[in-house]
Ligand binder design. Structure first.
Ligand code: ZN
Length: 139
C-alpha cells in the first residue's frame, strides 16, 4: 500500500467564494499512478469547507443565499467577542459543512457522479490563500 500527500494552493476572495478543485485532485491521482484506494481532500483552516456540488451558476448563488439564512454574516456570535475578527459565521459554516471529503477511486478514476464536482468554499470575511491537503491511500 502507498500513501502520497500533495497540496493544492488556492487564492480566494473569501465571503463564500466557491472554487472547483476537481481537476487538480484528478491530476494528482493520475500522477500517482495508483489504481485503487481512497482520496482524502482536506481544507487546512477553520473557516473554509470541502464538499461536492454541481458547479453551475445557479448553485453558486444558492449556496451563499441559503447559508446567509441559516448562519447570517451579521448576527451575535460569541467568537467575535473572543477575537474581534468578526468571522464567527465563517467558523460555524465551516464546521457545519465540514472540512474534508473522502472519495474512493478505482481504475485510477475518482468515483464521482457526472454532475458532482469537488469544491472548496471559503467562508472567511477576507481574501485568503488556502492550502488543501490531498492524500491518496491505496495501490
Ligand atoms: Zn475567527
Amino acid at each position: 500500500m502507498k500513501i502520497i500527500t500533495k497540496e493544492i494552493i488556492v487564492e480566494t476572495e473569501g465571503n463564500c467564494d466557491i472554487r472547483n478543485i476537481s481537476e487538480e485532485v484528478r491530476k494528482y491521482l493520475k500522477e500517482s499512478k495508483m489504481k485503487e484506494g481512497s482520496c482524502c481532500v482536506f481544507s487546512i483552516g477553520s473557516t473554509a469547507s470541502i464538499t461536492t456540488l454541481e458547479y453551475e451558476p445557479g448553485l453558486l448563488k444558492d449556496i451563499p443565499k441559503i447559508l446567509e439564512k441559516l448562519i447570517p454574516a451579521y448576527s451575535k456570535y460569541y467568537h467575535n467577542d473572543t477575537w474581534g475578527d468578526n468571522n464567527g459565521h465563517s467558523h460555524l459554516r465551516s464546521a457545519i459543512i465540514g472540512t474534508s471529503l473522502n472519495i474512493p477511486f478505482i481504475k485510477s478514476e475518482l468515483i464521482l457522479g457526472t454532475w458532482q464536482q469537488i469544491v472548496l468554499i471559503d467562508f472567511d470575511n477576507k481574501k485568503r490563500t488556502r492550502r488543501i491537503a490531498v492524500q491518496l491511500t491505496g495501490e
